[in-house]
Design a protein around this ligand. Structure first.
Ligand code: SF4
Length: 360
């Protein structure tokens, strides 16, 4: 396919079909970066209110850098992939401390920022500074595989170089920003994964997949590994209107978010007696007559894990001794304080069902 034809066709299509999105009307690298971080693995409709919340809370990067991590995670709550939020916070601090609050203005420097990979660096460099560097996201992989007939596995790291070289050969020097926006939007709206609109596609006659009957076969993507099942038994330790919560540590999912005291088993067949025994062995004093057993299981699916959770409510007779609370890494919070804590969606769902929090 002729290079200019491809770029011109996409750009013309984009001018007619693009969605009006707030981050497209700006060259402010902070806002562009923010939108890109939020939109990774998130649909536009879901990400838009988060973008608006963050811009309202932190109009300039100095505001984000100075914010406490709990506040960032609370605003992020519901988007998942919380390491993105923590990296975003670190990056904001890095830019304020090392770059005087001004974003680096080129691809290579942008790559040095924490949590900024080649996709995000290319997006900021092209959208904010018009640098000629092609973005490569899932939409771009799909469009290029189909239009140019590339059958390399897009899930294999080695394929990236092949696609990057092709994208770099197609991007025009005078409009790299519009081309990048156009190809991603084209993949999101026209050349979609399941039902691409080939009938009304301006690239139809020159599209390799269409002309060879391979639209459903391209792109080639090897299957991801099956999600690992995990079984969480949460103990909701309640005393006099307070609930004992624990801040999750590094090395597992949901770092920095708050949940309850947790026992994880290899099988979901942990019965109530066994569960309470586990709790006693951990040194937590409980009154078994005050135990409310779980009414149902909660399922929560992450990209590589499938969690089944049960919640056992334990009404404590007295406040936990300081040393025991410290060893269990839990601290008491009132319902109002709980509301403000960043929590996994799984915990929020339970709190709502249990009517501990109603306004989530
Ligand atoms: S013809 Fe179909 S597969 Fe080819 S670019 Fe257009 S929408 Fe995508």
């Amino acid at each position: 396919m002729e290079t200019h034809f491809f770029a011109d066709t996409l750009i013309n299509w984009y001018q007619r079909h693009k969605r009006a999105l707030p981050w497209r009307d700006t060259r402010n690298p902070y806002y562009i970066w923010l939108s890109e971080v939020i939109l990774q693995q998130t649909r536009v409709a879901q990400g838009l209110p988060y973008y608006q919340k963050f811009v309202a809370a932190y109009p300039v990067i100095q505001d984000m850098a100075a914010a406490p991590e709990d506040e960032i995670l609370r605003l992020w709550q519901g988007l998942g992939y919380y390491s993105r939020a923590r990296n975003m916070h670190h990056t904001a601090q890095q830019i304020v401390e090392q770059y005087g609050g001004t974003f680096p203005d080129n691809y290579q420097e942008l790559l040095k920022l924490k949590g900024v990979g080649s996709y995000t660096a290319a997006a900021i460099a092209s959208f904010a500074f018009k640098e000629k560097v092609a973005v490569l996201d899932g939409n771009v992989f799909r469009v290029l595989a189909r239009t140019h007939g590339l059958s390399d596995d897009i899930a294999a790291p080695a394929s990236r170089k092949i696609f990057q070289e092709l994208a770099d050969s197609l991007i025009p020097a005078d409009e790299p920003d519009t081309f990048n926006q156009a190809i991603m939007e084209f993949g999101a709206i026209q050349c979609t994964p399941v039902m691409p609109d080939c009938l009304f596609c301006p690239l139809q006659q020159s599209c390799f997949a269409f002309t060879h009957g391979l639209v459903q076969e391209l792109p080639v993507k090897s299957k991801a590994k099956a999600a690992r099942p995990r079984f969480f038994h949460y103990f909701v330790l309640a005393y006099n209107g307070t609930y004992y919560m624990r801040k999750r540590a590094a090395g597992d999912i949901w770092q920095g978010l708050y949940d309850f005291y947790l026992y994880e088993s290899n099988s979901k067949n942990l019965d109530a007696d066994q569960a309470l025994q586990e709790l006693k062995e951990a040194g937590l004093e409980i009154d078994e007559t005050q135990v409310i057993l779980p009414l149902k299981d909660y399922k929560h699916v992450l990209s590589h894990q499938k969690i089944t959770a049960r919640f056992y409510t334990i009404k404590l007779k007295s406040r936990l001794k300081e040393q025991i609370a410290q060893e269990a890494r839990v601290a008491p919070y009132t319902a109002e304080e709980l509301e403000a804590l960043p929590k996994p969606v799984l915990i929020s769902s339970y709190l709502k069902d249990a009517k501990i929090l109603v306004n989530l």
